[in-house]
Design a protein around this ligand. Structure first.
Ligand SMILES: Nc1nc2c(ncn2[C@@H]2O[C@H](COP(=O)(O)OP(=O)(O)O)[C@@H](O)[C@H]2O)c(=O)[nH]1
Ligand SMILES: [Mg+2]
Length: 244
């Protein structure tokens, strides 16, 4: 059984299609009679339009368990915090984390779930398929992402071969990893989880990855700002230092 954690901030225009696609893919993944697939939505939007659109899209859904959370301003602690929250509250041990803007193709849920039978962390990487990062909004963004990626790949290289440490599309087996207790208010939960578990060398981390091509947003705009970019750099520095 799989839990899918979807994070949203002001995605009322995209979330219906994303959820319809997640439901359709999850329904194609067999589950045992003892359990059910789950969708966990962690919404930090400024208004209720995203969560309302999600509720409407999932109305009458009986095959999948639903946990739709709209966090109040006082509860919000950034994108990494939202992802860690979703991971903590998800009912199944095997969890996929994905964006709610349509950039993460839902057919990849099947590949990620399959890989989890032999790995404890699986990243969907934009740098395995040719031009897998073409769906990123600007050329500058692609260059910045590739440059930071190269540095982080080096940081992780002693332990694992990871081609896309900045990916926000990943899967974890919660029974085989520990979740960080702090989010640094940042954006890159996957990298934080990797470094946290690699630094805790009590157990070997079974890591693997699958290639995918990131799609353009269905609607709306990226929430990445100059301020969040500095936060990301701070978060990456804190996470990378755990391995020093
Ligand atoms: N819950 C939550 N979701 C967020 C937050 N910031 C961004 N998101 C969502 O995280 C996903 C990735 O953000 P996005 O702005 O698309 O970043 P980009 O894909 O790197 O350009 C999208 O689904 C956003 O709606 C946040 O603070 N809290
Ligand atoms: Mg996006």
């Amino acid at each position: 059984m799989l839990s899918v954690v979807i994070v949203t901030r002001n995605e009322s225009l995209a979330i219906r299609d994303v959820l319809a696609s997640v439901v359709s893919t999850l329904s194609s993944i067999p589950c045992t009679s003892a359990g059910r697939h789950e969708i966990v939505l962690v919404d930090d939007s400024d208004d209720l339009s995203t969560i309302d659109a999600a509720r409407q899209a999932l109305m009458g859904e009986k095959r999948i368990d639903l946990n739709l959370v709209h966090r109040s301003p006082g509860e919000r602690d950034g994108l990494t915090g939202a992802i860690l929250f979703g991971l903590r509250v998800s009912a199944n041990a095997r969890v996929v984390v994905m964006d709610g803007d349509g950039q993460h193709p839902t057919d990849m849920l099947v590949n990620l779930a399959q890989q989890l039978s032999s790995s404890s962390v699986v990243f969907a990487s934009r740098y395995i398929h040719i031009n897998g990062d073409a769906g990123l909004s600007h050329a500058i963004r692609r260059v910045a992402s590739r440059t930071i990626n190269r540095f982080l790949i080096g940081t992780l290289g002693k332990y694992i071969c990871c081609t896309d440490p900045l990916s926000g599309f990943f899967a974890v087996d919660k029974s085989a990893v520990t979740l960080p207790s702090t989010s640094h208010g940042g954006w890159k939960a996957g990298f934080l989880i990797l470094t946290h578990n690699l630094a805790d060398r009590r157990a070997e981390l079974k890591y693997s990855e699958v290639g995918f091509s990131i799609a353009p947003r269905l609607a709306g705009e990226s929430k990445l700002s100059l301020r969040t970019s500095f936060r990301i750099l701070w978060e990456l520095r804190c996470a990378a230092r755990m391995l020093a």
